[in-house]
Design a protein around this ligand. Structure first.
Ligand code: ADP
Ligand code: MG
Length: 252
């Protein structure tokens, strides 16, 4: 068995007496694209909060890479370590151009002014060119980000995350609010990132899940624990999943 890049064991997190995450075990392997589904309130976003350091578990262990204990690090340290998170709503700097958003992201912790007024070296420029081509925004690199369509803003944010060269990418409903065509393109983009990065994608659009989970594993969260894990078809036909997630009542 290869060593997991992310190793989550027996993790629980309670909010006001409610167990949002309950004895969760989860292992992500290097280069994997894992899709996480589950009904509203299943604990999916809380799971990301715990990995990214936004929230701390009450009990259990979260380990990254070569056994780094994530529970001892803050959100900023975890992001610098190579775990990038994308929230559901895009948070690009709308007054800045697409290009400058990338420059800011590449600079990381350097100040906004220092980043924008210092000349970018050719490696940095090449990297931005490459990433903007990857997300098909190169032709719009001098547009203000605020002028982009919703789907394009999501892609820009993915490119901004990639500029930080994360080993693990956490994406919470990356196709939310997208057209069918944009959703499909997003799926292709995520599939092309697998292997080079390890990804966890939270999603509820089943057509999209089917597309991105093509060769991968789907994890179903329910009441803060893993209900079932497997290929898309196995998960979809699992009676427990149908009961809790697809809301089809008892299956025979
Ligand atoms: P999902 O993303 O699967 O829809 P969440 O992880 O957002 O579910 O939420 C799981 C449960 O944890 C919900 O009942 C939610 O109200 C609760 N919860 C999550 N974060 C907090 C928080 N910061 N404070 C209080 N309750 C929270
Ligand atoms: Mg959520």
């Amino acid at each position: 068995m290869p060593h997991p890049i992310l190793n989550v064991e027996d993790v629980s997190k309670t909010y006001d007496g409610f167990k949002a995450i309950s004895n969760l075990n989860f292992y992500l392997y290097e280069g994997e694209l894992r899709t996480v589904i589950g009904p509203n309130g299943a604990g999916k976003s809380t799971f990301f909060d715990l990995i990214s350091g936004r929230a701390k578990p009450d009990t259990g262990t979260l380990r990254f890479g070569d056994n780094t204990d994530l529970t001892r690090l803050n959100e900023y340290e975890i992001s610098r370590l190579g775990i990038g998170r994308k929230f559901q709503t895009p948070s690009v700097f709308v007054e800045h151009t697409v290009w400058n958003n990338m420059v800011l992201s590449l600079a990381g912790s350097r100040g906004v002014f220092a980043s924008l007024f210092q000349k970018l070296d050719s490696t940095g420029r090449d990297r931005i060119d490459e990433l903007l081509k990857l997300v098909r925004l190169h032709d719009k690199r001098y547009w203000k980000s605020g002028q982009l369509a919703h789907g394009e803003k999501q892609w820009l944010e993915i490119a901004m995350l990639l500029a930080m060269q994360p080993r693990v990418l956490l994406l919470d409903e990356p196709a939310a609010g997208m057209t069918d065509e944009e959703t499909h393109r997003t799926g292709e983009l995520l599939l092309s990132l697998a292997g080079k990065h390890s990804l966890i994608v939270i999603e509820h659009d089943m057509a999209f899940v089917r597309q991105i989970a093509r060769d991968g594993t789907v994890t179903v969260l329910h009441q803060g624990s893993v209900l079932c894990e497997g290929h898309f078809d196995e998960v979809q036909s699992n009676p427990k999943v149908r009961q809790v997630y697809l809301g089809r009542g008892k299956t025979t």
